[in-house]
Design a protein around this ligand. Structure first.
Ligand code: NDP
Ligand code: TDO
Length: 299
């Protein structure tokens, strides 16, 4: 059964064949209109207005972003076009049309030093170019359209696209032993679960009509937390059910896996606002990882 009402207008989903855009297309039914490069390209801002003019959406979900965290350190201008100025212009165009925008953001807007799950009222303090460009994008999108909702998510994985879970399955198939950082904590999120939450939110907005209190920031990540090492172990244990040999997975420290961008040590986020405002509960990551690994081996 479709989550969205059958008889509404088109919902524009940006992000081409990315993880979240694909999940939205798969779950959202006939009202989802997916767009991506070259038709919709933040590097060519004129394509934003032309896409909105053509599709005439009743709402927009922005799932397009620069997500290469390390590469952003050296490609900061392109990252800023995709994560900051592009979303700001998209929000402005949505405001002109008086339509809601769900803009997706990240746990990497936080430094990771709080020691407890972050809430929406915690100040951002990004430590990377990716995180800074996303934090700035949030601010500008909120300012440009009074009907903006920012959905901050984290550690997104799915059966398609580039993500840590697929990387671990591929690496595990080739290597007898893997090393994975065990001192960075967060909430793994299935892109299908995130898509489900976005569609359920749009359904509430359509059913109740727009309310000004809907605008603002929401944390929307898988329930439950772990480390990257914990996620790797859970993924490979599940993969073993499908005949993959289980490699040994050793937990290492952040300093033993040097990267250009410094990841937050603890970017756990609290989802309670999403439940309070929209009545949406996110599934536990340990349940969702089983579904996604199953999908990966069914391909
Ligand atoms: N992946 C993750 O772990 C996390 C993601 N997020 C956020 O969730 C959202 C969705 O991420 P996810 O689906 O994983 O991302 P993906 O990297 O899977 O997909 C992103 C898409 O954005 C498109 N894109 C990149 N640059 C531009 C541009 N300049 N103009 C237009 N489109 C562009 C890409 O297009 P093309 O296919 O042409 O390259 C790609 O299809 C993003 O906002 C991201 O910041 C938040 C937390 C974690
Ligand atoms: C592949 C690999 C990574 N690692 C480490 C590096 C890093 O600290 C951590 C995560 O690795 P990745 O680089 O794959 O993940 P990363 O690109 O940092 O993932 C992030 O993407 C962006 C888009 C987000 O918004 C974040 O929420 C988060 O999901 O695991 C290992 O320790 N061993 C490995 O074999």
């Amino acid at each position: 059964m479709d989550i969205l009402l059958q008889n509404g207008g088109p919902i524009l989903v940006t992000g081409g064949t990315g993880q979240l855009a694909t999940s939205l297309v798969n779950l959202g039914g006939s009202r989802i209109h997916r767009t991506g490069r070259p038709d919709f390209d933040f590097d060519h801002p004129e394509t934003l207005a032309s896409t909105l003019e053509r599709v005439k959406p009743v709402a927009v979900v922005n799932a397009a972003a620069w997500t290469a965290v390390d590469l952003a350190e050296s490609e900061s201008e392109a990252a800023a076009r995709a994560n900051t100025s592009g979303p700001a212009e998209l929000a402005r165009l949505c405001a002109e049309r008086n339509i809601p925008l769900i803009h997706v953001s990240t746990d990497y807007v936080f430094s990771g030093e709080k020691g407890q799950p972050y809430t929406e009222s915690d100040p951002v303090s990004p430590q990377t170019v990716y995180g800074s460009t996303k934090a700035e994008g949030e601010k500008l999108a909120l300012a440009a359209n009074p009907k903006t909702l920012i959905f901050r998510t984290s550690w997104v994985y799915s059966a398609h696209g580039k993500n840590f879970v697929r990387t671990m399955i591929n690496a595990g198939a080739k290597n007898p032993a893997l090393k994975v950082v065990g001192d960075q904590k967060g909430n793994p999120t299935s892109s299908d679960d995130l898509a489900g939450a976005i569609l359920a939110t749009l359904a509430v907005i359509e059913k109740d009509g727009w309310k000004d209190e809907f605008a603002g920031i929401y944390h929307v990540c898988g329930t439950g937390d772990t480390t990257w090492h914990g996620l790797a172990v859970a993924t490979l244990q599940e993969a073993a059910h499908y005949g993959q040999k289980n490699p040994e997975v050793t937990a290492i420290r952040t300093e033993d896996w040097p990267t250009p961008a410094k990841r937050p040590a603890d970017s756990r986020m609290d989802n309670s606002k999403l439940e309070q405002v929209f009545g949406i509960k996110m599934p536990h990551w340990e349940k969702s990882i089983k579904q996604i690994v199953k999908k990966i081996f069914a391909q």
